[in-house]
Design a protein around this ligand. Structure first.
Ligand code: BTN
Length: 333
């Protein structure tokens, strides 16, 4: 959309850009540029204009727009970023694009999800104007046995993105929840399709939901003990979401090019910010219903990102999948 292209140019420019230069760069008429500027102003962008100098973007509202995200990324990324106001689930939209041949690195972002999906069939609260709901397509050339590494690498990538965007630290609860002050700010849901014969991963849809500017009342009562937002944990300060979306995309592009040889960085950082090892936990296997968990102590993160656990009966196991409750987190005492 022309509006996004104009916004991208204005966002990158610290000084005035002449309407003439914008129309030449984009190959459109001056009238079309004027119309795009008018539409951006209606969206809440503050754009100064001066007869001799042209346009200057003075301030941007916190809208997740392709223009403001693409302005922060290399130009060749613009073609594979799809931004929507509202979708059922960004994972579903990306799955559809992937089935039509979208390349690795394609991204779907939405301001609002009507059917945001969490792990194990749960829903993921996705109010508008507050979070970053983003899905990233990876075709990783790996066997299915590597999937837990990938999801753990993603937790590191998103923690790095939050640090780069806002200068803030977060922690990881095994396997890939991100926390601030011991409450969840980000969930990751990876949906994989595997080729039956070879066991190789065909596509990996990595869905990342970050609670950025939610207030306490945005969360449903049943998750109020568990979930928080970056804003709540930082005295109600509001954060520019396009910046975080762009940093997540950069981190995921880096992950994609680091895979599979760059493991040492991801493992070291994962261990560094993981708060599960050393804690009392209850482990739930994939089949177990709540209440059927086994209690134990998480000892360490293994080299393959599995969790070494010593159970109450003295047996030791390496958990590659499933979920754990960690004592002291999410209301578990
Ligand atoms: C979890 O913690 O249970 C995982 C939550 C994953 C939520 C994200 S938001 C973007 C993507 N689209 C979805 O429907 N889910 C993931």
């Amino acid at each position: 959309m022309l509006k996004d292209d104009v916004l991208k140019l204005l966002s990158r420019e610290k000084d005035y850009s002449s309407g003439e230069a914008i129309s030449r760069t984009l190959g459109v008429t001056r009238a079309a540029v004027n119309a795009a500027v008018k539409a951006l102003r209606e969206d809440g962008y503050e754009i100064e204009s001066s007869t001799n100098k042209g346009y200057l973007l003075v301030s941007s509202p916190d809208i997740l727009s392709k223009g403001s995200i693409a302005a922060l990324l290399p130009d060749d990324k613009s073609d594979v970023i799809h931004v929507f106001e509202s979708v059922d689930s960004t994972n579903n939209v990306l799955k559809d694009l992937s089935s039509k041949g979208a390349p690795s690195g394609t991204v779907v972002i939405a301001d609002h999800q009507t059917g945001g999906k969490g792990r194990r069939g749960r829903s993921f609260s996705s109010p508008s104007g507050a979070g970053v709901y983003l899905s990233y397509l990876l075709r990783p050339e790996a066997g299915f046995d590597k999937i837990s590494d990938l999801t753990s690498w993603t937790a590191v990538a998103v923690a790095d993105a939050i640090k780069n965007a806002y200068g803030l630290d977060s922690q990881i609860k095994w396997v890939n929840d991100l926390l601030m002050n011991r409450k969840k700010i980000c969930g990751i849901l990876t949906e994989v399709s595997v080729e039956g014969e070879s066991g190789f991963i065909d596509t990996c849809i990595i869905g990342i939901g970050v609670n950025v500017n939610e207030t306490v009342s945005d969360f449903p009562a049943e998750i109020s003990e568990i979930a928080t937002s970056i804003s709540i944990e930082n005295e109600g300060k509001k954060f520019f979401r396009s910046k975080l979306a762009a940093e997540i995309i950069k981190s995921m592009d880096k992950l994609s090019s680091d895979w599979p040889d760059g493991s040492s960085y991801y493992l070291e950082r994962y261990r560094d910010i993981n708060i599960t090892a050393g804690s009392k936990i209850t482990a739930y296997s994939l089949m177990a219903e709540n209440g059927n968990g086994r209690m134990g102590t998480a000892l360490a993160i293994n080299d393959d990102f599995s969790l070494k656990v010593e159970f109450a009966d003295g047996s030791v196991a390496d958990l590659k999948s499933g979920e754990v409750s960690v004592r002291g987190l999410y209301g578990y005492t």
